[in-house]
Design a protein around this ligand. Structure first.
Ligand code: BG6
Length: 507
């Protein structure tokens, strides 16, 4: 038997996952994402002992904070998390530093370069740097340029840049941004983040499909009749009107998170488990995807916006009454649409995507509905036969379920659907890490598998171009339809499926 230590493959894999001495530089350190997601994820990595001892987080923003100010702000924001982990936090906080930087001021970048050299010497971080652009999307291009001009991206082995979403506003702007980024760094230095790819269950789509033999032979148009992909949220726009008003659900959720779930569900098996092989397949399938009706997109898409709702004890404001929202806003908080993928595997199978804010449940899932049995030998207990469904539950209650028919108990021979289910929590007994934990570790490891490549992001934008153009040029063709906050979206979204004889799953 080969022991773990003498198995060279295992030793190799383990070594690959060790994060090198490192300085993580966060631009936009005074912003929401830093204290809501990034620093908590880094603290979690620290508590899991996955960060090297030579590790530094350098927060950068325009505010004239000191290192201690930054440590204090983070401690305040993470008060609930650190209450039970005080000693860990004390140690972790010693790795936090701060440098006031305006990315638009080149002399400040030169000062930053000096500070980084100083930190390298002080903390032995060996010039390994990951720059995280958590700034306004308007500054992604100029931010990359500023880093490159200051010589901070010149070593492709030691410097990387992570770029938050949204990467562009449409195909043209994404292509332009890619051109700028490419002039500043090599593709393998660029990490375009989509936090859905950090979710355990989104990655599980790949394992479920390609580590088992039972699914792949039926994962195609011969057996699957339709697919639904849902990302439903109970929250409204919260404090983010400034961003959301110019984004809307299509840019905020569909072009990135839902499209990534679509790509993983529909891609071909990669030749090997390596970042480029996987990303090639994702890009390929997205290039084959199209709206069900590119010429008349209003016939296959629905936009909605929440109006007031809730109960007297828990009322919800209308989107237009939320702070910072234009009272006449036509931004959509809900989108539903139908797509096709023109390739051998999926030709003719409809894919229905929907997402919305202020829906009744927080839930993300992919539902594959299989074709009905060719002959109905048994009466269905519920009146009509049910098709088999495989449900990939992305969140909450992460796991998967399979709906199939069994004999209803009793003297007759009637069929009845039952649900077989797998839960991550029950099987593994520990909660999954937040997406950012996995993704930040991967960026610092230089592993881009779960990051979006330039061609993928462009293919995703191209897919929605007819819709974006329609909204831009003739918005009256696809007006936002009101739906009561706390309900499942506008009735037109139900009609979209009803016209194909289907219904949205109501979990
Ligand atoms: C973000 C969007 O990318 O994803 C938010 O900007 C949305 O509007 C969030 O609320 C949803 O993420 P999750 O992980 O809570 O499903």
């Amino acid at each position: 038997m080969t022991s773990t230590l003498t198995n060279p493959l295992r030793v190799g894999l383990r070594q690959e996952r060790v994060i090198s001495p490192q300085c993580l530089v966060i631009f936009g350190a005074s912003g929401d994402l830093t204290h809501r997601k990034l620093v908590p994820a880094l603290f979690e990595l620290f508590r899991q002992r996955r960060l090297p001892s030579e590790f530094v987080i350098l927060g950068c923003a325009r505010r004239p904070w000191s290192d201690d100010d930054f440590r204090g702000k983070m401690a305040e924001a993470l008060a609930d998390t650190i209450r039970d982990h005080h000693r860990d936090w004390e140690q972790f906080a010693g790795n936090l530093y701060y440098e006031p930087v305006d990315l638009q001021q080149s002399e400040q970048l030169l000062r930053l370069a000096d500070r980084l050299d100083g930190l390298d010497r002080l903390r032995a971080t060996r010039g390994n740097r990951t720059f995280y652009l958590s700034v306004s999307p308007d500054f992604y291009g100029s931010g990359c340029r500023a880093l490159a001009d200051a010589g901070l991206l010149s070593d492709p082995k030691r410097s990387r840049v992570v770029i938050e979403k949204p990467f562009g506003r449409d195909y043209g702007s994404a292509e332009k941004l890619n051109r700028i980024v490419r002039a500043c760094a090599q593709e393998n230095q660029v990490f375009r983040i989509d936090h859905y790819l950090g979710k355990e269950t989104v990655q599980n789509i790949l394992v479920l499909r390609f580590a088992n033999t039972i699914f792949e032979p039926i994962w195609n148009r011969n057996f699957i009749s339709s697919v639904q992909i849902t990302a439903a949220e109970t929250v409204g726009v919260e404090e983010r009107a400034g961003y959301y008003e110019s984004s809307g659900a299509l840019r905020d959720m569909v072009q990135n998170h839902l499209t990534q779930m679509l790509a993983l569900t529909t891609m071909e098996a990669p030749g090997r488990f390596d970042p480029e092989a996987i990303r090639n397949e994702k890009a390929k399938v997205l290039q084959a995807a199209r709206l069900a009706n590119n010429e008349e997109p209003w016939k296959c898409c629905v936009r909605g916006q929440y109006s007031a709702g809730g109960s007297p004890s828990d009322p919800f404001k209308a989107y237009r009454d939320e702070p910072g929202v234009n009272p006449n806003s036509t931004t959509e908080t809900y989108v539903a649409m139908k797509l096709f993928i023109d390739n051998w595997r999926w030709q003719g199978v409809p894919f229905y995507l929907r997402t919305g804010k202020r829906l009744p449940k927080r839930l993300s899932e992919v539902v594959l509905t299989f074709r009905e049995a060719p002959v109905q030998l048994f009466d269905a207990a519920g009146g009509s036969p049910t098709a088999n469904q495989l449900i990939l539950r992305i969140q909450p209650d992460e796991g998967a379920g399979f709906v199939f028919d069994v004999k209803a108990p009793g003297s007759g021979m009637r069929s009845r659907p039952v649900d077989m289910h797998f839960s991550y929590d029950e099987s593994f007994g520990e909660p999954s890490d937040e997406g950012y934990v996995r993704l930040l570790a991967d960026a610092m490891l230089g592993d881009p598998t779960l990051y979006t490549r330039a061609d993928e992001v462009e293919a995703a934008w191209r897919l929605y171009t007819p819709l974006l153009e329609l909204i831009e040029d003739s918005p009256w063709r696809l007006p936002v339809q009101p739906y009561e906050a706390g309900t499942w979206g506008p009735g037109a979204a139900d009609s979209l499926l009803a016209s194909d004889g289907l219904m949205w799953r109501r979990p």
